[in-house]
Write a new protein. Structure first.
Length: 341
């Protein structure tokens, strides 16, 4: 099933906090993040933030972002020692990042620093107990070898320049993995991740994902990956319930050469070179289908045997008159428009 992300409520550069409202928002199953874009906004409020960090769970967090023309001083973190969810992202520079070693309560850490100073930042011992980690840098080759010691990690989003990517294969409890702007690195390590359910491959460049063998992943997204043209091993993802293929201009064909009994949602978006979507009859549980901006001929496609479970179907070309005719045809055939749930 698709991963359900919590709604985020952002409190930007506050001059005061409303603990009652924050607790209500958390009770309503949201995340609440207090964020600061410049040191001028820290004031004395960071101590109040830390008091909340000490009493609330990991869905209450702190974010430092922006700081344009400044390098973020991570010694600021000494003022929030009880933080459980920390975002240091949309930052150009930061210094004193070793201060992360003093944070003993971290559950999730999100680092997006363009000019990250320390390529061995993951070597900080206190980070080994993390459950969630995002690490993205465009300048330094982040050393992922330390991930072998992150035995509790369940969610990982890694991107930019990295080395030792195959260390991810040691994360026995990993449930969610996003690879962002990582080009051509072999993906064999994914076969070791027996608990992986959600895989996203975003940007970067690679021709295929043939290294991935039969697996239990149930949610797969491949978005804007340069040079990607071969999805012939898709039926190895036998437990997929949701598949999204987006912005893949070199992909010409998708075929389901054997039955995929679990697939319920299929979205193919802006794949302008795609001419063939074959063997749809092998998707017996497909309920929702969305095809936008492809080279697939609607009249040919609609006459193949379609899954009997299919009830919600959208097909669009971006030509308004043609799309209206197609939509009318689908309605006459008994299909509803795709609903967002």
């Amino acid at each position: 099933m698709r991963k359900q992300w919590k709604r985020r409520i952002l409190i930007d550069n506050p001059v005061a906090l409303d603990p009652v409202q924050i607790k209500q928002d958390l009770h309503d199953d949201n995340q609440v993040i207090v964020q600061f874009s410049h040191p001028d906004f820290y004031g004395s409020i960071l101590e109040e933030v830390d008091e909340l960090c000490a009493t609330l769970d990991e869905n209450f967090g702190v974010r430092f972002y922006g700081h344009y023309s400044l390098s973020f001083d991570a010694d600021t973190l000494l003022r929030i020692p009880h933080v459980k969810m920390l975002h240091l992202n949309s930052l150009t520079q930061a210094h004193n990042t070793d201060t992360l070693a003093t944070l003993e309560h971290l559950y999730s850490l999100h680092v997006g620093i363009y000019e990250l100073e320390n390529s061995d930042i993951l070597g900080i011992d206190s980070l080994r107990s993390l459950r969630e980690l995002t690490i993205i840098s465009e300048k330094k080759n982040i050393n992922l070898l330390y991930l072998k010691e992150f035995s509790h990690l369940e969610q990982l989003h890694v991107g930019g320049k990295v080395k030792n990517l195959d260390a991810v294969g040691h994360l026995e409890h990993l449930n969610y993995l996003a690879l962002h702007s990582i080009s051509k690195s072999p993906l064999h390590f994914i076969n070791k991740l027996k608990k992986l359910k959600h895989l996203r491959i975003l940007l970067g460049g690679r021709e295929h994902i043939q290294e991935i063998e039969e697996n239990e992943i149930d949610d797969l997204e491949i978005v804007r990956v340069r040079g990607f043209h071969d999805l012939s091993n898709i039926t190895k993802f036998k437990d997929l319930t949701r598949l999204v293929i987006e912005d893949q201009i070199q992909l010409q064909e998708i075929g389901f050469d054997r039955e995929m009994k679990a697939l319920e949602e299929l979205s193919i978006l802006n794949c302008k070179g795609l001419t063939s979507l074959l063997e749809m009859k092998h998707l017996p549980t497909l309920r929702k289908l969305r095809i936008f901006k492809t080279a697939i001929d609607f009249d040919s496609f609609i006459h193949q045997e379609l899954p009997s479970a299919l009830t919600e179907f959208e097909f669009a070309t971006s030509k308004s008159k043609v799309d209206q005719e197609i939509q009318d045809s689908l309605l006459k055939l008994g299909f509803q428009k795709w609903s967002i749930t």
